[in-house]
Design a protein around this ligand. Structure first.
Ligand SMILES: Cc1cc2nc3c(=O)[nH]c(=O)nc-3n(C[C@H](O)[C@H](O)[C@H](O)COP(=O)(O)O)c2cc1C
Length: 173
């Protein structure tokens, strides 16, 4: 199989969570996929793509957003990591936002999200906020940060791989 026939798996990752998931997916897909960090991606892309992003303020990170704006007429499956729980309203809304964005000029095959550990610097910033601030650290938020610190784990990677396989199956239909 030559490179042009392969699924292009592009990922953006600041602290390594999304890279870990992307590498797990690429390993599971084997030779049908070509994995490339977003910084090195060729402009032309591929007909079928998987794009991994990290969640920044309820949407994808800036590099992923800029890349998505360049895509047209592709079949794109999304996966990403975020600090919030994967089954939270925030995760659901973020997935919907991203699917709608990709669908403007492409066919979106789906969006898988899992938790990823939150940068310690961000946790420290939250701790400095005064009580009552919408992002102030409280017991519930601290619990979420501690849970996020365990992710992505092997189960997340397996779930991401299964979700991407289903998306690629849909692309063939
Ligand atoms: C600047 C910044 C903004 C973030 N915004 C959100 C957010 O809006 N919602 C969320 O659930 N997580 C948010 N996070 C957490 C990251 O999405 C999460 O830690 C992700 O796994 C990081 O992925 P990476 O390691 O691939 O860079 C934010 C993290 C940073 C550093």
């Amino acid at each position: 199989m030559n490179d042009s026939e392969k699924v292009l798996l592009v990922y953006s990752s600041k602290t390594g969570n999304t890279r870990k998931v992307a590498e797990g997916i690429a390993q599971g897909l084997g030779e049908v996929a070509r994995i490339i960090p977003i910084e090195d991606v060729p402009d032309e892309g591929a007909p079928v793509m998987l794009l991994g992003f990290w969640v920044d303020k309820g949407t994808a990170d800036a590099k992923s957003l800029a890349y998505i704006r360049k895509l047209e007429g592709r079949k794109v499956g999304l996966f990403g990591t975020l600090g919030a729980y994967a089954d939270s309203e925030h995760a659901r809304e973020t997935a919907e936002t991203m699917k709608a964005l990709v669908s403007e000029k492409n066919t979106c095959l789906g969006c898988f999200l899992c938790q990823g550990k939150i940068d310690l610097a961000l946790t420290e910033q939250f701790k400095q906020l005064p009580p009552g601030h919408p992002h102030a650290m409280d017991e519930e938020r601290m619990k979420r940060h501690l849970e996020a610190a365990k992710h992505p784990d092997q189960a997340d990677i397996e779930a991401a791989l299964a979700a991407c396989k289903a998306m690629l199956e849909a692309a063939r239909a």
